[in-house]
Design a protein around this ligand. Structure first.
Ligand code: AMP
Ligand code: GLY
Length: 420
């Protein structure tokens, strides 16, 4: 089978590496990919928002299955754009992708279907928002409605911080916004829970705990994710039943009630308090770095999962995960999530000695004159699976130190809740 993958992050490199293990694969194209994917797939330099060029390329190169990694093309309707072709596209359609594309869309579903989540208020203008802020208890969480690449969420300790958030969001900091969302701050511990759906059925494909803050001890600015471990210490069969019945089942029913179905990965971002789940957010894709952390644990052929999902036949195959633990540490460019330099050579990558079940997935890297250089804030993902997560973490830190990449930094405490 000839397969295309859209995206250029660690998530897409991990997907590329996993599907390469399948006997069903004859060729992989990555659009646009990174230096890591170029050693497995052929990278194709087309912009991920250029649907016409992507479609023309897929048809010309007889791509049978197109896997969409990031949210933006899904929210923009790439699945719908391919409906007039025979190509199977893995991911939700435009209507269903609003679960990530509009936080207000999701909150309205939560209200109508009684899905547990933080209480919220939708504000249409600054005066509306000010009035609400005036009469509220703090902390409060203020969010821009649309996609904001992991930004656009303010945790506000008092009225003044709330006012700054409201002014920035309505001022267009995250693109034009008609509405914003103010919600209660949820106490508890976060967990990311993943399922894959074929429109009728869905199956569990793992949990993880991301470390979103840039600094050790979960301090400092929010990032796309500095590292993960899997499975999350919080999950249990009892909690999973609650997540499925209180959050996922009603959400998929809501999408059906809109006259369509949800196909693809569903990332359920949760706050767990007293063993009860509260929805923080949905993403309509795998997480990054959760994907890099979870896929090495997957025993089932990932290509079969993708194809069965597209065909509505997910039931035909059991999804099995290894009974091991995974940890991922993200090596970032100095300065991230603020300003950082690009095009810094990463010289020793080819000399690193990876043990069995250790992986390096590229994120912000590219080839420049045959040399690997950095091209983003999150640069490399170091992953190890084993029974002993503490030892894995030590081994990964040693690997990163062996790399001696002077432009990089990373958190040494990933997984501290289960290790330290
Ligand atoms: P979101 O983009 O909605 O996932 O928000 C980003 C991060 O902000 C989440 O991963 C949480 O850490 C935090 N967050 C969002 N909403 C809430 C909330 N209602 N209560 C507490 N923390 C939140
Ligand atoms: N790691 C968080 C995300 O993928 O949204």
């Amino acid at each position: 089978m000839i397969v295309g993958i859209i995206g250029s992050g660690g998530r897409e490199h991990a997907i590329c590496a996993k599907i390469k293990e399948s006997a069903k694969i004859s060729k992989i194209f990555c659009i646009p990919g990174n230096a890591g994917t170029s050693s497995i797939a052929e990278n194709i330099n087309i912009k991920i928002n250029d649907f016409k060029s992507i479609k023309d390329f897929c048809i010309k190169n007889q791509i049978e299955l197109l896997i969409v990694g990031p949210e933006q093309p899904l929210v923009d309707g790439i699945v719908d754009y391919f409906l007039d072709t025979k190509i199977k596209v893995f991911g939700p359609n435009k209507v269903a992708s609003q679960l990530e594309g509009s936080k207000i869309f999701t909150k309205k579903i939560c209200a109508e279907y009684k899905i547990p989540t933080a209480n919220f208020k939708i504000c249409e203008n600054i005066d509306d928002a000010k009035k609400y802020l005036d009469n509220s208890n703090y902390p409060l969480v203020i969010k821009a409605d649309g996609l904001a690449a992991g930004k656009g969420v303010y945790i506000c300790k008092n009225y003044n911080e709330g006012l700054i958030a409201v002014i920035e969001i309505f001022g267009g900091k995250f693109g034009s916004t008609k509405n914003l969302l103010i919600e209660d701050f949820l106490e508890g511990e976060e967990m990311s829970y993943f399922v894959v759906s074929d429109g009728e059925k869905y199956k569990f494909i793992g949990t993880a705990q991301d470390h979103k803050r840039v600094g050790e001890g979960d301090k400092g600015k929010n990032t796309g994710g500095m590292g993960c471990y899997s499975p999350s210490r919080l999950n249990s069969p009892e909690l999973a039943v609650k997540i499925n019945s209180k959050i996922i089942d009603p959400t998929l029913k809501a999408i059906k009630d809109l006259g369509t179905t949800y196909k693809g990965f569903l990332y359920v971002g949760l706050m767990i308090k007293d063993n009860n789940p509260y929805l923080v957010e949905f993403n309509v894709r795998m997480g990054d770095p959760e994907c890099q952390t979870i896929l090495p644990l997957l025993k089932t052929d990932l290509i079969e999962i993708f194809v069965n999902c597209c065909l509505g036949k997910l039931n035909e195959k059991k999804i099995e995960l290894k009974n091991e633990k995974s940890i991922c540490i993200v090596l970032c460019s100095e300065g991230y999530p603020g300003e950082y330099k690009k095009n810094i050579p990463i010289k020793k990558l080819d000399n690193l000695f990876l043990k069995h079940k250790e992986y390096v997935f590229h994120a912000g890297t590219k080839l420049k004159n045959k040399e690997i250089v950095s091209s983003g804030g999150r640069v490399l993902n170091f992953v190890s699976i084993s029974k002993d997560i503490k030892k894995s973490r030590g081994d990964l830190i040693k690997l990163i130190n062996d790399l001696k990449w002077e432009n990089g930094f990373f958190r040494k405490d990933i997984g501290y809740k289960v290790i330290d």
